[in-house]
Design a protein around this ligand. Structure first.
Ligand code: URA
Length: 283
């Protein structure tokens, strides 16, 4: 019998050297990565690449396309949603690629500010905060007096990478690019202030609290903080920045059309792919 994987206290790999969740091994992932949440967005970006040498869907829900953009190796990874999925992506990618890496996320988000209308792309030049639910506040006893949600301080993107992506996005989308702070939440529902009568969530003030503390907050999603935080903790080996297409505005409740979403994915996706391919790798 063979062990399912090795190195359980490090970054586990199977007998072929494949990391457990991405399903990739050395040589299959480029040092330049565009991460997206949804598989269909990844497919749309794949269709914009010059060539694709690897397509792999892992049993844990990650799909990777590795190929070239303007002659430079680039990978597009569909991570699915949430901070743990981004954590798998960044840590397992780091494990199988040598040398400096660049990660740019092109996600989707809710728009928090009035200008973050459906079909705009929020580039998180000031970075992202993190909103998390505090289970102790719901448990009674001593924890009952602690806040139900906490807001971690902003983590910034790599400024040069972010400026480079900004130039590319603005050239492609003009004033449909909004620069502002992101708030990543630990869930789509409670920590993003969505109300659900079936649960005790105490979350009606979460979004107003984020905006009171950070008036420049423009977007809300679930993954960007994890990427920026890990890049900041990567001992200088990963440069990252994040952007997201506004799917709906949380004030006006206006929702993007399918056509506008797909067009923004294509136009914004091409800009991000070209920016990632043309950004020099350095430590
Ligand atoms: N992703 C999120 O996490 N929230 C939104 O409102 C939209 C996309």
């Amino acid at each position: 019998a063979t062990a399912y994987y090795s190195d359980t206290n490090g970054v586990p790999k199977d007998g072929d050297g494949r990391v457990t969740h991405l399903g990739l091994r050395a040589g299959e992932l480029a040092p330049r990565v565009v991460s997206v949440g949804s598989l269909s967005r990844a497919q749309r970006l794949r269709d914009l690449m010059d060539s694709v040498s690897l397509s792999l869907t892992s049993p844990r829900g990650f799909t990777t396309y590795t190929g070239t953009v303007a002659g430079v190796a680039v990978s597009v990874v569909a991570t699915g949603m949430g901070a743990p999925m981004m954590d798998f992506c960044v840590r397992e990618a780091r494990q199988i690629v040598d040398g400096p890496m660049v990660f740019v996320r092109l996600g989707s988000c809710g728009g928090l500010s009035p200008e973050a209308t459906p079909g705009t792309v929020v580039l998180n030049t000031p970075g992202s905060v993190y909103v998390s639910r505090n289970p102790d506040a719901f448990a009674g006893g001593e924890g009952g007096s602690t806040p139900a949600y906490t807001i971690a301080r902003p983590v910034a993107p790599d400024p040069r990478l972010c400026a480079h992506v900004c130039v590319a996005l603005r050239a492609a989308l003009g004033d449909r690019v909004v620069e502002g702070l992101n708030a990543s939440a630990d869930s789509f529902y409670a920590a993003q202030g969505r109300c659900d009568e079936h649960f005790d969530d105490r979350n009606s003030t979460v979004v107003p609290e984020v905006l009171a503390k950070h008036p420049d907050a423009c977007s809300m999603e679930m993954e960007s903080f994890a990427l920026l935080h890990l890049a900041a903790c990567s001992l200088g080996t990963i440069r990252a920045c994040t952007a997201a297409i506004v799917a709906a505005n949380r004030h006006s409740a206006a929702v993007i059309t399918t056509e506008l979403l797909h067009e923004t994915e294509r136009v914004g996706g091409r800009a991000v792919l070209n920016a990632v391919a043309s950004f020099g790798l350095y430590l």
